[in-house]
Ligand binder design. Structure first.
Ligand SMILES: NC(=O)c1ccc[n+]([C@@H]2O[C@H](COP(=O)([O-])OP(=O)(O)OC[C@H]3O[C@@H](n4cnc5c(N)ncnc54)[C@H](O)[C@@H]3O)[C@@H](O)[C@H]2O)c1
Length: 248
């Protein structure tokens, strides 16, 4: 059964060229959401050609100017921004002292600055419309302190914190702000490492009581719920999709 209040809404999905972002785009397309698929990887154009009522935007979203262009492009293309999915990101996962100044900065840029700029640029339009759904993709590793995740968790912890702060500021404006925090997810990259029996990836899988990584569709399902009108009373939450990795 379709989620209530998703059909014909306009959503921006960042990081839509691959992995979880692509699965979110496919799920929202199935719910007849109109989509702007944004990524720094031009492969996102191919996905926009595949999915109905969708357009692609290529740019580096950790910078203010491309994010402003993305918002303008969305308004010109569909006339509204109802839903913002801040999915762009990805880990530079390694022991803290093995980071370089560049990988530290990249970790924060990819995961936190993309989210900050997109919220900053989209919220004035949502406030004017009196309606909005912001869903960030955080990480369950912030809660369980997964090995080698310190820098990544610093960036994703910022995303989790932004969620509660924005949810409170915009609570009476018809705008909800939530984060979906997955444990390890079987993206093509993770699947490849698992197929190679990588002990490095196995240590992360061992944290999951269900004994398997999540699927991209399981994450997309929670995102679709939070983006719908059925989730009108849910805001300021960091909701794990994690096979029991942390139990709060
Ligand atoms: N895969 C996992 O196990 C896992 C677990 C927890 C959280 N997450 C989070 O889920 C989200 C998606 O992860 P994924 O595994 O599908 O990653 P992925 O690397 O497969 O896809 C991320 C996409 O984001 C895009 N991107 C990154 N930085 C960008 C930028 N500055 N501007 C525009 N686009 C940018 C990339 O080009 C890529 O297409 C990320 O935020 C990640 O941190 C993933």
């Amino acid at each position: 059964m379709a989620m209530q209040g998703l059909r014909y809404k306009v959503a921006i999905v960042t990081g839509a060229a691959a992995g979880i972002g692509r699965a979110i785009a496919e799920r929202l397309a199935a719910e007849q959401v109109r989509l702007v698929l944004a990524d720094m990887n031009a492969e996102v154009n191919a996905l926009a050609n595949e999915l109905p009522a969708s357009a692609a935007f290529v740019g580096n979203l950790c910078l203010e100017a491309p994010v402003r262009e993305l918002i303008q492009f969305t308004l010109e293309t569909f006339g509204a921004i109802d839903i913002l999915i801040n999915n762009a990101g990805g880990g530079v996962i390694r022991p803290f002292l093995e980071h370089t100044p560049e990988t530290l900065r990249e970790t924060v840029d990819r995961n936190l600055w993309t989210t900050l700029w997109c919220c900053y640029a989209a919220l004035p339009h949502m406030r004017r419309a009196g309606y909005g759904r912001i869903i960030n993709i955080g990480a369950d590793s912030v809660r369980n302190g997964l090995p080698e995740h310190a820098a990544y968790n610093a960036a994703k912890g910022g995303v989790h914190a932004l969620t509660t702060g924005l949810a409170r500021e915009f609570a009476t404006r018809g705008i909800t702000v939530n984060t979906v925090a997955p444990c390890m997810v079987a993206t093509p990259m993770v699947q490849k490492l698992m197929a190679e029996d990588s002990p490095w990836i196995k240590q992360f899988a061992d944290f999951i009581p269900m004994g398997r990584p999540g699927t991209m569709e399981e994450v997309a399902s929670m995102v679709a719920y939070l983006a719908s009108e059925e989730a009108a009373f849910v805001t300021g939450q960091v909701i794990s999709v994690n096979g029991g990795s942390t139990m709060l």
